[in-house]
Write a protein that binds this ligand. Structure first.
Ligand code: DSN
Length: 434
């Protein structure tokens, strides 16, 4: 018999809104019976869910602890102070701002704090793995500041020297030529460790400031399996919901000299009232990430991505950058099937219960809406307790699904296998009601 799911641990509280209750139940079911392979997603702990669904959502708290524009903030001040202290301790930082509603807001706040409109920022090319806030023409960032970019080196096709890794000669050349005021490291689709040191050296050589966007590897940094940019970069931004496994949101840590400018840029520069329920949930996540078991989790995330990559390589896929050292596997689908686009792959995998996203690959001949790549991540499945044996199987399931694009019966069979696999690794056992 298939299991049933509750909408939330507070199921009965939604009794007066059956429409939303039903949608939440269906989403709990979806998350629990399909394979979550989106590299920017994870499953929070029940404690994080409880804090983010708490009475703190009711409180207005514009300002910062001790300097609010509304009354009644004594307890909220303690919550936000705790979150800031935990973030500082987790990352070894002088200062933390836990108010950004998202990673994009965190990046915007840093640009606003450190730069004047029109200043030049050197960041990673979007089609080589950079983020929208690293200068996409569609983002407000490119309308306010002038972006120049660096990318990855060309693919070589040689397994020992795969290419498609950050080209530091190019970073240095563009920096010398363009004299940026800020250099940004960090990416949204890149499967290698990003070493902050060469960026620091290049920034120093041209008198630029240095921001590290750690949205993706924040949990791997907190878990001490990736080098920390804190103290190397002037400012580090991150999201709290990816590998860090907290609630959806952003945060900034920085050296003391930038604290005041960063705080003013977040509020009142960019945002109004902070989401204190989310800040409480961030505090919970920071405490969880400081525990020794989070180091084990982070190491398992990396080992699982590598296992998934090995399985997919055996199935005929090519990994961009020739491998993975983080939670991501970025696939060039053309080696597997020249005709297969990222869009078709994503949609077919969805039908079989494997959730992931299409992605451009370096120098992709297809548009960002279609793409030749697929981005996969191991953070969420690792949280459920899956290990390398399951990753091997997931790689095989992906391959079988994409070979069976026209075969509804086979896709149905794979969907059943996925459901069976997931039943052994429920992300929220308390939401399973039968
Ligand atoms: N860039 C998105 C991602 O990595 O999924 C988040 O902004």
């Amino acid at each position: 018999m298939s299991p049933s799911f509750a909408a939330s641990p507070f199921d009965s509280w939604l009794a007066d809104d059956p429409e939303i209750a039903s949608l939440l139940t269906r989403e709990a079911e979806r998350q629990s019976t399909t394979l979550q392979l989106i590299a920017s997603e994870n499953f929070t702990s029940p404690a994080v869910l409880a804090a983010s669904g708490s009475v703190l959502t009711n409180k207005y708290a514009e300002g910062y602890p001790g300097r609010r524009y509304y009354g009644g903030n004594q307890i909220v001040d303690e919550v936000e102070d705790l979150a800031r202290e935990r973030a500082k301790s987790l990352f070894g930082a002088d200062h933390a701002n836990v108010q950004p509603h998202a990673g994009a807001n965190a990046n915007l706040a840093v640009y606003q704090a450190l730069l004047e409109p029109g200043d030049t920022i050197l960041a990673m090319r979007l089609d080589h793995g950079g983020h929208l806030t690293h200068g996409s023409p569609a983002s407000i960032t490119s309308k306010v500041w002038r972006f120049v970019s660096y990318g990855v080196s060309p693919a070589t096709g040689d397994a020992d020297k795969p290419g498609e890794v950050i080209d530091f000669d190019q970073v240095a050349d563009v920096a010398r030529r363009e004299r940026p005021k800020l250099i940004v490291a960090g990416s949204t689709a890149y499967s290698r460790i990003i070493d902050p040191m060469p960026f620091r050296e290049i920034a120093d050589s041209v008198g630029a400031l240095f921001m590290f966007d750690a949205a993706h590897p924040a949990g791997l940094i907190a878990g001490k399996v990736h080098p920390s940019p804190v103290g190397v970069a002037d400012v580090v931004t991150f999201t709290t919901h990816k590998t860090l496994r907290g609630p959806r949101g952003g945060a900034i840590v920085c050296n003391a000299e930038f604290a005041k400018a960063i705080d003013s840029a977040v509020f009142p520069g960019l945002q109004g009232g902070p989401l204190e329920h989310v800040i409480a949930a961030k505090a919970v996540a920071f405490a969880e990430a400081a525990r020794p078991e989070f180091h084990t989790y982070a190491a398992n995330v990396v080992a699982n991505a590598a296992a998934l990559g090995r399985s997919l390589t055996k199935e005929g896929f090519r990994m961009v950058s020739g491998g993975t050292e983080n939670h991501q596997v970025l696939l060039d689908l053309r080696a597997f099937d020249e005709e297969l686009t990222g869009k078709e792959a994503q949609e077919t995998l969805d039908r079989a219960g494997l959730t992931c996203n299409r992605n451009t690959i370096p120098d992709d001949p297809r548009s960002p809406f279609v793409t030749s790549g697929l981005r996969l991540g191991s953070a969420a499945l690792t949280t459920t307790g899956m290990g390398e044996a399951e990753m091997q199987l997931v790689g095989e399931l992906i391959s079988r699904t994409l070979r069976s694009r026209q075969d509804d019966a086979e896709l149905g069979a794979i969907r059943a296998e996925v459901r069976e696999l997931c039943s052994g690794f429920p992300p929220y056992p308390t939401l399973v009601t039968t």
